[in-house]
Design a protein around this ligand. Structure first.
Ligand code: NOJ
Ligand code: CA
Length: 681
């Protein structure tokens, strides 16, 4: 070997690639992003992404490991390409915005192995101006029909050093971790969405879209530095995914935006999902709800039977009266059914989804609710015993349908990897919350519920990948640390939590966070690291088409002023704008009521006091609004009087410049009341 060849060899080893040649490129419609598809000298496929002249994703591998067959990762040649442009605006039945534009360019790369057998694999790329999606497609072919996917080799090699906001994947508490901020080079194994800010100031998020009949993608940092590699959530046994060709994997998504706000405003994940397959879903309307819930987490009432049982007929009627008096459509009642006594956490083997406890008259309560113009929100906690739940699923949903209960919160409290599932031979085995089995289970519940016009909101779910577009009755889910951690979490949620969520978890879709605890006190008097104004802001900041007012009725009675905002704020929006924000620091959003002309605005900060300058250029032109402002009191904040709030009104017009002070750990909320439409106009 000559001396001159040595540096080239070192470089080649360092990036793990033989020299790669670009075989096809794809530009986004506005020319912002360019994807280059490569094949190296060994026929290994890869891709890069650049934004203008700036490399965003460096040479990254594509491929899969199959069981009982050679890997699909080298020895390929290009068999052809196909291209398509697409520009369409579609309407959401409910959401953060009514109309969504889907404008992308598509490139299908047909790969074929050079060796005998000539197996074929397509990679389909879609380039948007704010990100890229790609998926593998297995065409129908001889010799590649029953597939066991052991893992994916997909990589995301970030071209610049970056800071990452992430939670660990494969750890016992599923998605319920505090977000860590570390250099990308210190990420271990992470769930998606994972959000990055590069040294050049670009914002990136990696996630997936349309996770159907497949395992969730985790990302593991590999090699030195900046490279993330996909790894699939495990199955109880054997390969992580079993499928038959032809089929397509979920989309792997890479959002690219100049600002954190741009990440949240992107519709990429929704656009990569299939349109609604349920037909008319107008039977679901976004709503707010209260419930027998916070008292259970405070441990002042119990899920189980006995003297502290929360779900009694009388208590349920009290909540229904409270809901009816204050305009809440829903009343959640947890602990209504048999099975909570003893150690329900252990395996949920006692749960009945049709038999109420004797002190809870389900039929009478459901009828009382309907008389008062309210609906019960059903509850199915499985403790991860999916085998037992699936046995009762039809009967459980039939019962709700019969009683006019048209939404259900489900729950899968079990350690990650601890889902009790029935295998094909009838034996019990243990699955992951986000493996292929559970992606199938959730869709079974959602489609069975849809047949009965019931909406579904799972806790301890599989992550959101935008499937609400295809199944609009899959209205929300948990999948992060919610309010419950402020009751009993050690530690409780820190002040930066919600400013982290907006730019991480919320990129995936709606979250049933359950805000609105105005008492600001958890179990045994534990201090909640928030102000009242911040609790109000969360109704605008953390999107969900079902929003809980989580506190106790008696606590709302103590704070009638701020409670008015919770009564007023809608749960369905015509438009959404992110006015400012930095991941984990602060964020302000403005949203327009889908059923009226009012705008709402909410902002939150972390542990730092801030003054935000806001330009009200989102308001409709030519209107003078009456702004009802709820802001932290002058002596407010997490180290001051957390309950101090100033409520005031002033006029507002489009283009006005405001400056709002947020106390440490605080927030603000505003309702911009539009002038009444003139009669006849
Ligand atoms: C955990 C859920 O997140 C919470 O909302 C629910 O109350 C409990 N499980 C019991 O189902
Ligand atoms: Ca939970």
């Amino acid at each position: 070997m000559t001396r001159a060849a040595i540096p080239f060899l070192v470089l080649t080893l360092a990036v793990g690639f033989a020299r790669a040649e670009t075989v096809a490129t794809l530009d986004s419609p506005g020319g912002t992003l360019t994807v280059s598809v490569t094949l190296d000298a060994d026929g290994r496929p890869g891709y890069t992404i650049s934004r203008g002249t700036l490399p965003v994703i460096a040479e990254s591998r594509l491929g899969l490991i199959l069981s009982g067959a050679p890997k699909l990762e080298r020895g390929f040649e290009l068999a052809g390409t196909e291209r398509r442009g697409h520009d369409e605006t579609w309407e959401q039945p409910w959401g953060e915005r009514r109309y969504v534009r889907d404008r992308h360019n598509e490139l299908r790369v047909r790969l074929v192995e050079k060796r005998a057998g000539k197996r074929r694999l397509d990679v389909l790329f879609r380039a948007f101006d704010d990100g890229v999606g790609f998926r593998y497609e297995f065409p129908a072919q001889d010799g590649l029909r029953d597939l066991g996917i052991v893992d994916e080799l997909t990589e995301f090699a970030v071209a610049e050093p970056a800071t990452a906001w992430w939670i660990p994947a494969g750890d016992w508490n599923r998605y319920e971790y505090l977000y860590q901020r570390t250099p990308l080079a210190e990420v271990g194994q992470a769930h998606t969405p994972i959000t990055l800010r590069t040294s050049g100031g670009l914002h990136l998020a990696f996630h997936e879209a349309a996770l159907v009949d497949y395992s969730a993608m985790w990302l593991r940092r590999t090699g030195a530095g900046q490279r993330l590699k996909a790894t699939l959530a495990p199955a109880a046994e054997g390969p992580r995914v079993r499928r038959q060709a032809p089929f397509a994997t979920p989309w792997r998504t890479i959002q690219v935006a100049p600002s954190a706000a741009g990440l949240y405003e992107s519709n990429l994940v929704l656009n990569l999902n299939e349109p609604n397959v349920l037909g008319d879903v107008s039977w679901f309307k976004p709503f707010k709800y209260v419930g027998i819930w916070w008292s259970l987490h405070l441990d002042t009432e119990s899920w189980g039977s006995g003297p502290r049982h929360g779900a009694t007929t009388a208590n349920a009627k009290r909540y229904i009266d409270f809901a009816a008096a204050n305009g809440f459509r829903g009343v959640l009642i947890e602990g209504w059914n048999r099975g909570w006594d003893g150690d329900w956490f252990a395996d949920g083997s006692e749960f009945s989804f049709t038999e109420p406890y004797p002190d809870f008259d389900l039929e009478a309560v459901a009828a009382y609710a309907q008389e008062r113009g309210v609906r019960l929100v059903g509850h199915h906690e499985t403790a991860g015993n999916v085998a037992r739940y699936e046995d009762q699923l039809q009967a459980a949903l039939d019962l709700y349908q019969l009683l006019g209960i048209d939404s259900v919160k489900t729950g899968y409290v079990a350690d990650a990897g601890g889902i009790r599932a029935r295998g094909p031979d009838g034996s019990i085995r243990y699955e992951w919350h986000d493996g292929q089995f559970m992606s199938g289970h959730h869709l079974k519940v959602v489609t069975e519920a849809a047949k009965r016009r019931i909406a579904v909101n799972p806790h301890e779910p599989i992550k959101d990948t935008g499937l609400r577009r295809t199944y609009p009755n899959w209205v929300a889910r948990e999948g992060a640390r919610g309010m419950e951690y402020n009751a009993w979490g050690v530690p409780p949620n820190p002040p930066e939590h919600e400013a982290n969520l907006v730019f991480t978890r919320m990129l995936a879709g709606p979250m049933d966070f359950t805000p609105g605890v105005l008492s600001l006190m958890g179990r045994g008097g534990q201090k909640i690291e928030s102000t009242i104004a911040k609790q109000l802001a969360l109704y605008v900041v953390l999107y969900s088409p079902i929003q809980m007012a989580a506190d106790l009725p008696e606590n709302y009675a103590r704070y009638p002023g701020p409670f008015q905002f919770i009564r007023d704020v809608p749960a369905d929006w015509a438009e959404t704008r992110v006015l400012n924000g930095e991941i984990g620091d602060y964020v302000t959003l403005a949203r327009k009521d889908r059923n009226g002309d009012d705008w709402y605005m909410g902002g939150v900060t972390d542990e730092k006091e801030r003054t935000l300058d806001l330009s009200l250029d989102f308001l409709d032109p030519g209107k003078t609004y009456v702004a009802e402002i709820y802001r932290d009191g002058d002596d407010g904040g997490i180290d001051g009087d957390r309950h101090a709030i100033a409520i005031e009104t002033r006029e507002a017009r489009r283009g006005d410049a405001w400056s709002i002070r947020i106390a440490a750990g605080g927030g603000f909320a505003v309702r911009f009341k539009a002038p009444d439409a003139l009669p006849g106009s």
